[in-house]
Design a binder for this molecule. Structure first.
Ligand code: RTP
Ligand code: MG
Length: 157
C-alpha cells in the first residue's frame, strides 16, 4: 500500500576502484542515511571487456581508453539502489563529474569529498530510468551483454 503512494524507483550505482579502497564505509553510510535501500550488491573486478561494454556510449571520447583502464584496475562495488526518485537523488548525492566543480556547487556531494580527479571520480550513477534498468540487467541479470538487453527493449516498442 505504501508503494502506491511512494512509488519506488531503482538506479545502478557503482563505487569505483579509487574510492572502494579508501572510502567504502563512508560512502555506504551516506547511501543508507540518504534513505536508499541496497537491493542488490556485487563486488567484482570488471574485465576490460565489461568496462568497455559498461561505458560504450563514451567509446569515441578521448578519455575512453583511460576510463576503461581505470574501471578495470581493481574491485568495484555495483549496487541496485531503490528509493522514490532514486535516479535523480543518487545523481545529486554524487555531484558533478569534475570534483573541482563539485567542490564549488555541491560541497557535500560524494565527488566533492572523495573524488581524486575528473577521471577517478569515486562513483557512477545512471542518468535515467531506462538506462538504469538496462545496466541493472547487465550487472545482475543472466545475460551476455548490455547490447542484448538494449535490443530487447527496442524490439518491444
Ligand atoms: P558516470 O557515467 O561515471 O556516472 O559519470 P558522469 O555521468 O558524471 O560523466 P560521464 O560524462 O558519463 O563520463 C563517464 C566517466 O568518464 C570519466 N571522465 N573522464 N578525463 C575526462 O575529461 C573525463 N571525463 C569523464 C569519469 O570517470 C566519468 O565519470
Ligand atoms: Mg554518465
Amino acid at each position: 500500500e505504501i508503494e502506491f503512494f511512494f512509488p519506488r524507483e531503482q538506479t545502478l550505482a557503482v563505487i569505483k576502484p579509487d574510492a572502494l579502497e579508501e572510502h567504502r564505509e563512508e560512502i555506504l553510510e551516506h547511501i543508507r542515511k540518504g534513505g536508499f535501500t541496497i537491493s542488490r550488491v556485487k563486488e567484482t573486478v570488471l574485465s576490460k571487456e565489461m568496462a568497455e561494454e559498461f561505458y560504450k556510449e563514451h567509446r569515441d571520447k578521448p578519455f575512453f581508453t583511460q576510463l576503461v583502464e581505470f574501471m578495470s584496475r581493481g574491485p568495484c562495488m555495483l549496487m541496485a539502489l531503490t528509493k522514490e526518485n532514486a535516479v535523480e537523488e543518487w545523481r545529486a548525492m554524487m555531484g558533478p563529474t569534475d570534483p573541482a566543480q563539485a567542490k564549488e556547487v555541491a560541497p557535500d556531494s560524494l565527488r566533492a569529498r572523495f573524488a581524486t580527479d575528473i577521471l577517478q571520480n569515486c562513483v557512477h550513477g545512471s542518468t535515467d530510468r531506462e538506462r538504469a534498468a538496462i545496466k541493472i540487467h547487465f550487472v545482475f541479470g543472466d545475460i551476455r551483454s548490455e547490447g542484448d538487453v538494449a535490443g530487447d527493449v527496442q524490439g518491444q516498442e
